[in-house]
Design a protein around this ligand. Structure first.
Ligand code: PMP
Length: 446
């Protein structure tokens, strides 16, 4: 029963784990874009288990593939050859730019980024790592130093050698660029800027100053960025910002790490990987979440040269890319292709963005609607001029009203005032319309 679950959660699970909603939701079953609670109530899952369920809950093809693999060989570790692991590495590498041929399988996004830090340091023989102020790259001890301080509470001493640069947020950033937000949402661009905007240039100039005076003279080992910030609230960057950073980092001998944990696997619609929107080919790509549709699977892809440098340090993990994970990974890639899910992300995502933007005109609380494909953020404010984040009381009321009406959406952003919409990529236009209807209604109630 619900009460039993509540009691064991309190007694036996870490109190550091947070739960969503005043009365946490207890789930029992899922199918495609639907979730069902203990009482059998159905919800449209527009958050996909934190942007993870890419092809749909309990997809029959994955269930069948896992059952078959488990009944043959569940685990052997990567100290042996196994055809599934090799087949999967080959298929995944074929999805990436030619230079990124080597795949290292791990189990989570944090582990992937942690390993990317080590690879960058081994390859460049430099130590300093730079990320963006509002980024999220994980919660291992090393990746906590990469991730924005604002997402955890207690100021534990950080691993040395990590720096953050200004978040190039065109809606909220101190150099603004907000004028480019005033028009209709542009769903086919990196951000809403139609050209290299002044804000973008200023953020790059700031980075130039930091390269000169803040970071070591020998340059940095790596720059980490998400293609669109996930936990940060679907923050997109000014046009050409990522390209500008990539060029500057490469010029000093550093590597660029694209964190595709949320933006990979067709989610942004237009491309399979988020970095393709920025017209760069990263040196290292990290991926997790959607890669396994909820199965613990993640990977780091890199060049043969960078991969080779890791042999200096040596590295090992027991579970990464075991036969069952590889089977799931293969099935996910097949399903994305067979069911045209990237294309669906683009068409349904574009429709959703356009409809959500109408709420921005209608409601005094919708400050910004942004994103690409099915990676969408709706930033709620109490005043559109000052952009003061919506107070948590009204935010929670809206969020819980959505739940009552059968709609699950996420929340995020540094101020916790952004609705995050990242559903399984199989949702339909009717699901998108249902989402907008429920949100319109909930906005009316605050
Ligand atoms: N990178 C990004 C962009 C993420 O969103 C997350 C998780 N929210 C991570 C890394 C860490 O992934 P995990 O929770 O699987 O360790």
């Amino acid at each position: 029963s619900y009460e039993n679950l509540k009691a064991t959660r309190r007694a036996n699970l870490s109190p550091a784990l947070t739960t969503y909603y005043g009365k946490p939701l207890a789930l029992n079953q899922g199918y495609k874009q639907w979730l069902f609670d203990l009482d059998g109530k159905r919800y449209l899952d527009m958050f996909g288990g934190i942007c993870t369920v890419s092809v749909g809950h309990s997809h029959p093809k994955i269930t069948e593939a896992v059952n078959e693999q488990m009944s043959t060989l569940g685990h052997c570790s990567n100290v042996y050859y196994h055809p599934k692991i090799h087949q999967y590495a080959e298929k995944l590498a074929a999805k990436l730019p030619n230079k990124l041929k080597v795949i290292y399988f791990v189990n989570s996004g944090s582990e992937a980024n942690d390993l990317a830090v080590l690879m960058a340091r081994c390859y460049t023989r430099k130590s300093d790592i730079v990320s963006l102020k509002n980024c999220y790259h994980g919660m291992t001890y090393e990746t906590m130093a990469l991730t924005c301080n604002g997402y955890y509470k207690y100021p534990v001493p950080q691993s040395p050698g990590f720096f953050r640069t200004m978040n190039p947020d065109v809606y909220r950033g101190i150099w603004g660029g907000q004028n480019c937000r005033d028009g209709p949402v542009q769903t086919d661009r990196v951000c809403n800027c139609s050209q290299e905007c002044e804000a973008g240039i200023k953020y790059l100039q700031q980075f130039d100053e930091e390269l000169k005076y803040e970071f070591p003279k020998c340059g940095i080992a790596a720059f980490f960025a998400e293609s669109i910030q996930g936990v940060g609230g679907a923050v997109q960057y000014p046009k050409n910002y990522i390209k500008g950073i990539y060029n500057r980092v490469s010029a000093t001998g550093g590597v660029f790490v694209s964190d595709e944990v949320q933006t990979g696997f067709g989610r942004t619609g237009e491309h399979f990987w988020g970095f393709q929107s920025h017209e760069i080919e990263p040196d290292i790509v990290t991926m997790a979440k959607g890669i396994g549709n909820g199965f613990p699977l993640a990977a780091v892809a890199t060049t043969p040269e960078i991969a080779e440098s890791l042999t200096k340090a040596g590295h090992f993990n027991t579970f990464g890319g075991n036969p069952v994970s590889s089977t799931v990974g293969l099935a996910v890639l097949d399903i994305i292709e067979e069911e045209n899910l990237q294309e669906n992300s683009k068409t349904v995502g574009t429709h959703l963005l356009v409809e959500l933007a109408k709420l921005r005109e209608l409601s005094p609380f919708v400050g910004d609607v942004r994103g690409k494909g099915l990676m969408i953020g709706v930033e709620l404010v109490s005043d559109k001029e000052t952009k003061i984040p919506l107070d948590s009381g009204r935010f929670l009321k809206l969020w819980e009203t959505c739940l009552e009406n059968g709609l699950i959406v996420g929340k995020g952003g540094l101020h916790g005032n952004v609705l995050r919409i990242k559903p399984p990529m199989c949702i339909t236009q009717e699901d998108a319309d249902f989402t907008v209807d429920i949100l319109r209604d909930a906005l009316g109630k605050i």
